[in-house]
Write a protein that binds this ligand. Sequence first.
Ligand code: 13P
Length: 251
Amino acid sequence: MMRRKLVAGNWKMHGSRHFVEETLRAIVAETEMLESVDLAVCPTLVHLPLAESLLKGTRISLGAQNVHDQAEGAYTGEVSAPMLAEYAVTFVIVGHSERRQLFSESDKTVADKFMAVQAAGMKPVLCLGESLQQREQGVTSEVVLAQLDAVIDQVGASAFDHAVVAYEPIWAIGTGRTATPEQAQEVHAAIRQHLAGRDREVAERCRILYGGSVNPANADELFAQPDIDGGLVGGASLKAADFASISQSAS
Ligand code: 13P
């Protein structure tokens, strides 16, 4: 089956109003002709309203980087899924390794957030990935599939018809040390096979993105792998020309 590829930029805690305006205008202009790939940009929460207005009527979807699992309440500093949904947000990243590591998010929290995003009508982008130590110990697939199971056990496999998975090896994030296409493909295939064990059709349809030092020079090879359905791009997505070039590789 041909899965339509998706390239999503995760801007993390970068940008300013000026940057958002300039960069989104450039991205829109430089990706206009790429009709066979889905595109998304995930700016910071405060930049969502501005990004929403700049992306209105374009082919680029809006994404958020985080969300709280409750719809409302006394959770100072947090933002809920229904609030994001009011800003034309299509995708919400959940379980990014930076949230798991720096903000102590558990598998249970990640599963709760996944559910909250879907309940508000948006698509979670569920991030999975092993540390360098875990890779060296040879437990990569155990770790990644356990992270996946934590969500499947709570929401069921059919929920992945309205979700995206992103494999992001922690050692490849922001390091310039990309997983080789073979290393990435091996894990992507394991994720799809595991999902297929629960629901074969959903597994065939579900997009699995690769993330971790994707750049214009390595995107072609990564996206040529049979189970890599696009990318979740950090650093390179902050440069319009690089993001457009990576998107071109997926089209
Ligand atoms: P880099 O592309 O900067 O390595 O970041 C990847 C990432 O964490 C995307 O979510």
